[in-house]
Design a protein around this ligand. Structure first.
Ligand code: SIN
Length: 497
């Protein structure tokens, strides 16, 4: 097959490349079955890992439950120190960790480096939050009672993560869990497990006791592993990032044990560009949002509504910047944008492009497959005057199709934007503060990003509304999801002196 072959990264710290799952402080490298991890840019096998049996997930849960007995009693200061060590270790290994992400996910190395720093920032943030878990004091109506609340760790947490951020989606959840005093069982996506294993190695080095941070591996038993986590009475919380459909399944499965849940699910983010926006800024920021991870993030722009008066000039400026992208192997330093994760991802982009064209959209940048680079390469497509009946309005492309849809009035566009069951992120561009604020309040999404295409960072509460899920990650709120409130009342006190 034509394409790029044989790009193997050189690692300064080869200990980061692990060959097995990490359970109860042990590396489990053998199993009766194995699965391959491939470089999506070349389809070359980069690792062969154990495809573990269902017993292993139960061992991991048991280990996490046993470790929790002591870990919940560690002081916040101790947990803060271990989290800070973990942050420092990630930052010492940024280059290697980024190469691992690029190798297994396909994103450009500069983006992968950004992901490692973003991922590490959650450990730094939660090192600082661990010591700030406050309760409240209450004045009961009963005058001889006094009451207060304490926050306690919820217990063992099942953390189920996607392939699009092989490192950051783990640290955003595990950072909060570990800070709160919870132990974790991490199930990474089988397409991108190497970053999770590298994190397990660093967590051990950072000082976390055995059983506190476990990573299990499977490619063929993902539903069974999910079921085991959801149904185990020892697991007290599930945190999942992935599709809305899988979220619904996990929610049903968790009902029997009444688990605490936080779900970050599908997006379908609208971008609204008003004609009083700074056009250059709106174009550049829309591109940053649309093509982060080549369109494969839950907060990527999916439907780009541009006021009719400026849609043609917006499209022209956008096309100019998109045509400057350098698509290639993520490990090549010249590459600005890498490849998609797999063939299905490309097929979905193609289906959305075909549908929009059939319904009357105009081609601005044709884009399309790049078989000369490899099977998963696709040059971005930009379409303008996409009708509101096109599938892309309803269904998240999760890939490099930039669909520009015209609108005339604020009321009309807010109607379009909210006409979906999903509500993760949305974007507004206008230099009129009244417009920005009115639209931001009206949009039915958990996050509204105004005049910027990039808003994610550890300080921001990240999460959705409607069928995009619930719970907030990062920020001062993130740790709450990993704790339960206990109320302590002291009664029958003597009358005040
Ligand atoms: C995601 O795609 O799920 C996460 C995106 C982000 O953290 O910005």
């Amino acid at each position: 097959m034509a394409g790029i072959t044989g790009i193997t990264p050189e690692f300064k710290n080869s200990d980061l490349i692990r060959k097995g799952a990490f359970v109860d402080g042990q590396w489990l490298e053998t199993a009766s079955e194995t699965f391959n991890v491939t470089d999506p840019a070349t389809l070359e096998v980069i690792a062969t890992l154990p495809d573990q049996s269902i017993e292993v997930i139960h061992e991991a849960i048991d280990s996490a439950a046993e470790a929790f007995r002591l870990f919940k009693k560690t002081t916040p200061k101790t947990r803060s120190t271990w989290l800070r060590n973990l942050y420092n270790l990630m930052m010492e290994n940024v280059d290697d960790l980024a190469k691992i992400i690029t190798w297994e996910n396909g994103k450009a190395l500069s983006e992968a480096q950004g992901e490692v720093k973003y991922a590490a920032s959650y450990f730094e943030w939660y090192a600082e939050e661990a010591v700030r878990m406050y309760g409240t004091t209450i004045q009961p109506n009963n005058g001889s009672n006094r009451a207060f609340t304490v926050r306690q760790p919820v217990g063992v947490c099942g953390i189920i993560c996607p392939w699009n951020f092989p490192s950051a989606m783990i640290t955003r959840k595990a950072g909060a869990a570990l800070a709160a005093g919870c132990t974790v069982v991490v199930k990474p996506d089988s397409q991108t497990p190497l970053s999770a294993l590298a994190l397990a190695h660093l967590a051990e080095k950072a000082g976390f006791p055995k059983g506190v941070f476990n990573v299990v591996l499977t490619a063929t038993r993902t539903p069974e592993f999910g079921l085991a986590l959801c149904e185990s009475p020892k697991v007290k919380k599930i945190s999942f990032t992935g599709s809305t459909n899988v979220g619904k399944i996990l929610m049903k499965q968790s009902a029997s044990t009444m688990k605490k849940l936080s779900f970050e699910l599908g997006g379908n983010a609208p971008v609204i560009v008003f004609d009083d926006a700074d056009l250059e800024q709106a174009v550049t920021q829309t591109i940053l949002s649309k093509f982060r991870g080549l369109g494969q993030t839950c907060v990527c722009a999916n439907r780009i509504y541009v006021q009719r008066t400026i849609i043609d000039s917006f499209a022209e400026k956008l096309a100019k910047q998109v045509n400057e992208f350098v698509i290639g192997h993520g490990l090549d330093s010249k590459t600005t944008h890498g490849c998609l994760i797999n063939e299905n991802a490309i097929k979905k982009v193609e289906a959305h492009v075909k549908d929009a064209l059939e319904k009357g959209a105009k081609t601005v940048v044709a884009g399309g497959r790049l078989p000369e680079l490899g099977p998963n390469f696709y040059a971005p497509t930009v379409l303008s005057h996409v009708p509101s009946t096109a599938v892309v309005n309803k269904d998240e492309t999760f890939g490099p199709l930039c669909a520009l849809i015209p609108f005339d009035t604020m009321e009309e566009v807010v109607g379009y934007a909210n006409d979906t069951e999903l509500g993760l992120a949305s974007y507004v561009f206008s230099k009129n503060i009244d417009t920005v604020y009115t639209v931001a309040e009206a949009l039915e999404t958990g996050m509204v990003s105004c005049n910027t295409g990039l808003f994610s960072e550890c300080t921001i509460p990240f999460g959705g509304v409607k069928e995009s899920g619930f719970g907030r990650e990062g920020s001062l709120h993130g740790i709450e999801d990993y704790t339960v409130i206990k109320t302590i009342t002291i009664g029958n006190l003597p009358a005040p002196l």
